[in-house]
Design a protein around this ligand. Structure first.
Ligand code: ADP
Ligand code: ASP
Ligand code: MG
Length: 415
């Protein structure tokens, strides 16, 4: 007997027919004598629809009420899955975020989980009842509903797996594992049997949306074993083995040969800002990024361009597209203090990143990237690197071509 957490994403929950397939996968685990908790997403497209309603109702919406609206998608699917399980003769009960409760910090629309009261969950699971939990939602200390940020059901699943001491956390989605790049863009992308927490964390953080970044960080910290696999099975067949997220030590034990590059990811949700003719003196850069940091805006790539003649320089950086207008307002507000000439911005950019632990010990990864992009006439607007990643900013229209070109350049295409 094992204790397992199963998570089903939006496409897996899109409609009663798909929910019946999910219920059969859950029933199969129950039949094997396992204790099961299930975390569900809203139906595919539903959260976007709800966000749209909030914008229509009030473009400057109150995040507390936004959470009330957007958390509702998961309430529907958790009830529907419990009903479907019951129809198959499997005892099941839904547990909403506030009923357990899943306590979060005070940060509407992007809350972090503080702790989960497992009393009711464990009581249900040990008596053989499936606990169905809506992902993405929690409750703040004041009793109000909070949500965990887009894609947050992955994090709900990992947090619940850690809290109940689950043996496995299986994340079911619409692809059968983690691939060398988004298989919807590159048909010759290859499925990875194993990927390390560190690599998955980096891939997720640069745009591989198959797992929410925070879920990977939490799994790494708490030692939760994640498998990414597909819920798209025919009839009563067993799901196929997906991708296991493992530690560095496990990879070494498996004596797997490490590829230089694990994967390529892209992100269209970044925007570029250029602050021109900033005084080239101590404190200038701090006066640009201080107000952005204070407003909780995440700055990513940064370049301080070559100084101009008169002790001036241009500073280029990226922010999430959703924060572009707010960032410009903040910078304009601090214009006298910073002393710049003007602000240029562009949200038709995209970031493409190559990730691989093998990079730590190999030179030439970045130059392969620059050469491959140059050969296709793709211009690089900004660059950033970390120990296991190289990212460049390019024109958004060229992103899919760039992903394909780099996938081939690093020898990742399937035969
Ligand atoms: P869910 O609704 O199940 O949470 P998501 O849409 O959030 O599913 O994530 C699954 C999608 O992630 C896939 O359909 C795929 O297009 C995309 N994706 C991006 N990068 C990768 C990758 N490296 N491997 C697998 N899928 C990826
Ligand atoms: N439904 C939420 C979203 O679309 C959370 C999730 O599915 O993970 O972002
Ligand atoms: Mg997702």
């Amino acid at each position: 007997m094992a204790r397992i957490v199963m998570k089903f994403g939006g496409t897996s929950m899109a409609g009663t027919e798909r929910i019946r397939t999910v219920a059969k996968l859950v029933a199969r685990e129950v039949a094997q004598g396992n204790e099961v908790a299930v975390v569900v997403s809203a139906m595919a497209g539903e959260t976007d629809r709800l966000v749209g309603f909030c914008r229509e109702a009030n473009p400057r919406y109150d995040p507390a009420e936004y959470d009330v609206v957007v958390a509702s998608g998961e309430q529907v699917t958790s009830g529907l899955l419990a009903l479907t399980l019951q129809s198959l003769g499997v005892p099941a009960r839904s547990w909403l975020g506030w009923q357990l409760p899943i306590r979060t910090e005070e940060a509407h629309s992007r809350a972090r989980i503080i702790d989960i009261d497992t009393g009711a969950l464990l009581a249900a699971m040990t008596k053989g009842e499936v606990a169905v939990i809506p992902g993405f939602q929690g409750m703040m200390d004041d009793g109000r509903i909070s949500t965990l940020g887009r894609g947050g059901s992955d994090t709900s699943a990992v947090a619940i797996a850690a809290a109940v001491g689950a043996d496995r956390c299986d994340i079911y989605t619409d692809v059968d594992g983690v691939y060398t790049t988004d298989p919807r863009i590159v048909a010759r992308a290859q499925k990875l049997d194993y990927v390390t927490y560190e690599e998955m964390l980096e891939l997720a953080s640069v745009g591989a949306k198959v797992l929410q970044t925070r879920s990977v960080g939490l799994a790494m910290k708490t030692g939760v074993r994640i498998q990414v696999l597909s819920s798209f099975v025919e009839g009563d067949e067993a799901p196929k083995q997906g991708t296991m997220i493992v530690s560095d030590e496990e990879i070494e034990e498996l004596q797997m040969e490490r590829q230089l590059i694990t994967g390529i990811a892209h992100d269209k949700n970044e925007a570029k800002i250029i602050v021109t003719r900033v005084p080239d003196k101590p404190g200038a850069v701090a006066s640009i990024f201080g107000p952005l940091a204070a407003a909780g805006i995440n700055v990513d790539m940064i370049i301080q361009n070559v100084g101009r003649d008169k002790g001036e320089t241009d500073v280029t950086f990226t922010v999430p597209s959703a924060d572009l207008l707010r960032s410009i307002d903040l910078l304009e507000g601090a214009k006298d203090k910073i002393g710049f000439n003007r602000i240029l911005s562009d949200d038709k950019v995209a970031k493409i990143s190559v990730v691989g632990v093998g990079m730590k010990s190999h030179a030439g990864v970045a130059s392969t990237m620059f050469r491959a992009l140059a050969d296709r006439g793709i211009n690089i607007q900004a660059i950033s690197t970390s120990e296991i990643k190289v990212s460049v900013l390019i024109d958004q229209d060229e992103i899919e071509l760039a992903v394909r070109v780099l996938h081939t350049a690093y020898g990742l295409d399937a035969a």
